[in-house]
Design a protein around this ligand. Structure first.
Ligand code: NAP
Length: 246
């Protein structure tokens, strides 16, 4: 049975990685999907074409989530096309791994701009533009729960996302909107794999109870459940999806 039939769902950063896997899963559950991307137009158009080929309904809209004007236009364009947005999945994010000693002002700023300001920008738009009884899912990380050198600035941004989630869930309760975050563990995408020596990948993979990386599709399953009406009583929570890493 399809669990998301007729829901209009905006997924930020859905051109590839976990966001693209979420788009595929929720489309298979009957959702109409807005595929947001920053620079990857070809990849985003490819995801739209793939969903349409399987009978789905999707559009791609470019917007840099760190820019409030872009995010306003993203919401307005999505609502102009589909009439409303029921679910916001705040998946867009970046990770720059460096010791604090080596982190530049630009590294710090870029991560906070995309991960924290980007989430803030979409939440502020959603506060008035998401449909009543809607759902919001933000993205944190399980690495918040361990202490891994080089992750300090990244986990600082994701800790901020968890706090935005908690307070916003109280602010949105009156409109019946539930707000949660998910915390994936190390997952097999560009963000995690690119630039890492194999021994670091293996060491982090070994921290899961199952001794392996997560796959984007495994994160998408849980996000799809949280987007459904079956999860309406869950709000203000951070859900680990990490194979038991922490
Ligand atoms: N992979 C992991 O191990 C892991 C673990 C825990 C949490 N997470 C979180 O999960 C989320 C997805 O990560 P991922 O691994 O799928 O990353 P990814 O493979 O690098 O994909 C990132 C996506 O975000 C988009 N994006 C980047 N900057 C953007 C911006 N300014 N505005 C709009 N979209 C932007 C990218 O679009 P373009 O293609 O257009 O650049 C792309 O679609 C992130 O929030 C990440 O922090 C990942």
């Amino acid at each position: 049975m399809n669990t998301l039939t007729n829901k209009v769902i905006l997924v930020t950063g859905a051109s590839r990685g976990i966001g693209a896997a979420i788009a595929r899963k929720i489309s298979s559950e009957g959702a109409k999907v807005i595929i947001n991307y920053a620079g990857g137009k070809e990849a985003a158009d490819g995801v739209v074409a793939e969903l349409k080929a399987k009978g789905g309904d999707a559009i791609a809209i470019q917007a840099d989530v760190s820019k409030s004007d872009d995010v306003r236009n993203l919401f307005d364009a999505a609502i102009a096309h589909y009439g409303r947005i029921d679910v916001l999945i705040n998946n867009a994010g970046i990770m720059i791994l460096k010791t604090i000693k080596d982190t530049t002002d630009e590294d710090f700023q870029r991560q906070f701009d995309i991960n924290v300001r980007g989430t803030f920008n979409t939440l502020r738009e959603a506060s008035t533009k998401l449909a009543d009884k809607g759902t919001i899912i933000n993205f944190s990380t399980t690495v918040n729960r361990v202490m891994v050198p080089t992750y300090a600035t990244y986990v600082a941004t994701k800790s901020a996302v968890e706090q935005l989630t908690r307070v916003f869930s109280k602010e949105m309760g009156a409109r019946g909107i539930n707000v949660n975050s998910v915390s994936p563990g190390p997952t097999n995408t560009d963000l995690f794999i690119k630039g890492k020596p194999q021994e670091v990948i293996d060491r982090l993979a070994a921290m899961a109870s199952f001794g392996r990386l997560g796959e984007p599709e495994e994160i998408a399953e849980v996000v799809s459940f949280l987007a459904s009406d079956a999860a309406k009583w869950v709000t203000g929570q951070n859900i680990g999806v990490n194979g038991g890493m922490a």
